[in-house]
Design a protein around this ligand. Structure first.
Ligand code: GDP
Ligand code: ZN
Length: 385
């Protein structure tokens, strides 16, 4: 098949869809392992002239075997306007996003974001001048042609909209302080629900261990360990727990979340002095609702990345239905089917296995209270929408 003659071939190919012609097999072969939605889109757009045109252009991009062989893989480390900075493991590239990829992602309500695994085509020097921001101008340039399906999404509720902060985060370290600010276990439970919902793995880090004079934080750590979560103490000035934290983070794409002032920046700096993140300087303005949050992936010297979201390391429950909450309380899951009513909310119903387990001490009152608060809150939110 002649290279560069893709356009005509493709038009024929679609008319002949279903026949085992050469064109068809070419199509299938080239899209093997690609986005299965491409085919759906193709069929839908068959009946829409405008979409059809743009689809044809798309196909050319995907169909040029010479081009697809030249694609490189990388991970988006930061996004500035329309430019994604992509790390290919050796160096960074300033990439634009192929129009069709952007369109597809808009359909899926998600633009290319930090943590996305992408395939991009390097652009020969001079071809795409002026498209990158001045900040990225000295980087080699590329065009993102494909985005891998996401394993997980870290998102937050933002004025009733859901904002994706990062994709493909494996591990979320829920970071709290033993004191200053006061340790609130309910907050841990909220984060746990978000993390489970987002398809990520949680761990619980209680920093400022030096301030746990009455041993209250110790009890909290024990409670979560009892549930099977990884939970541990750290203390930045004493260096306690830092090796454990580093070991946990190595090779992962992770993020530290938790209220302001618990010591997240201090921890990051302590295990990676090269980061030099600002400590204790977060102003209310920086945390304001209108601040646009640009997350970035910072590489650890010991392998893996950490998502840094300046001015925003707190995230709220995003789009959890009240009925969904029970599924994210791991000690509830096996008991739920024993409730008398199949749609038991475990808040007021008779013969509720969850309430019985609380009575018997198999579920702690703190966890049960957390559940009830979250259930009510999610139910109320739905009511207003
Ligand atoms: P962030 O808002 O979560 O990033 O918190 P920062 O890293 O900015 O730290 C907030 C304050 O807590 C700073 O004054 C730190 O010096 C202090 N801090 C951090 N870690 C510890 C710790 O382990 N013990 C104590 N006592 N203070 C800490
Ligand atoms: Zn129940």
């Amino acid at each position: 098949m002649a290279k560069g003659r893709g356009r005509k071939v493709r038009v024929d190919l679609r008319k002949n869809r279903g026949k085992p012609g050469r064109g068809k097999s070419e199509w299938t072969r080239r899209h093997r392992g690609g986005d299965p939605k491409s085919d759906e889109t193709k069929q839908v757009e068959n009946v829409r002239a405008k979409g059809d045109l743009s689809r044809r252009r798309t196909i050319i991009v995907d169909d040029e075997s010479a081009e697809s062989q030249a694609l490189q893989s990388g991970i988006v480390v930061t996004v500035r306007g329309l430019i994604c900075e992509v790390d290919d493991g050796q160096r960074h590239w300033a990439c634009t996003v192929r129009g069709m990829v952007r369109t597809r992602l808009i359909d899926e309500r998600a633009s290319v974001t930090v943590g996305d695994r992408v395939r991009f085509a390097p652009v020969a020097h001079g071809e795409e001048q002026g498209r990158t921001t001045s900040e990225a101008r000295d980087l080699p340039e590329g065009v993102i042609e494909d985005v891998e399906p996401r394993r997980s999404v870290l998102e937050r509720q933002y004025e009733r909209r859901v904002q994706v902060i990062a994709a493909n985060v494996d591990l979320v370290v829920i970071t709290m302080a033993a004191d200053q600010p006061t340790l609130r276990p309910h907050l841990i439970d909220r984060y746990l629900v978000s993390v489970h919902k987002g398809g990520m793995r949680p761990a619980i880090c209680i920093n400022k261990a030096d301030l746990d004079v009455e041993g209250q934080a110790e009890a909290v750590v024990e409670r979560y360990r009892g549930l099977g979560y990884k939970a541990f103490f750290t203390c930045v000035p004493e260096g306690r727990g830092l090796d454990e934290l580093r070991e946990l983070l190595a090779g992962q794409t992770s993020t530290l979340v938790g209220p302001s002032g618990v010591g997240k920046s201090s921890l990051l700096n302590a295990i990676e002095p090269g980061f030099s993140l600002k400590v204790g300087t977060l102003t209310d303005l920086a945390r304001g609702r209108h601040t646009t949050t640009t997350a970035r992936l910072l590489p650890w010297s010991f392998g893996g990345y950490v998502v840094d979201t300046p001015g925003l390391r707190q995230f709220e429950l995003a789009s959890v239905e009240a009925e969904e909450v029970e599924a994210y309380f791991k000690e509830f899951v096996d008991l739920i089917q024993q409730c008398k009513y199949p749609n038991c909310s475990h808040t007021h119903e008779a013969n509720c296995a969850i309430k019985a387990a609380v009575e018997e001490g198999r579920i702690t009152p703190e966890r049960y209270d957390s559940y009830c608060k979250m259930y009510e809150e999610c139910a109320a939110r739905r009511h207003y929408e």
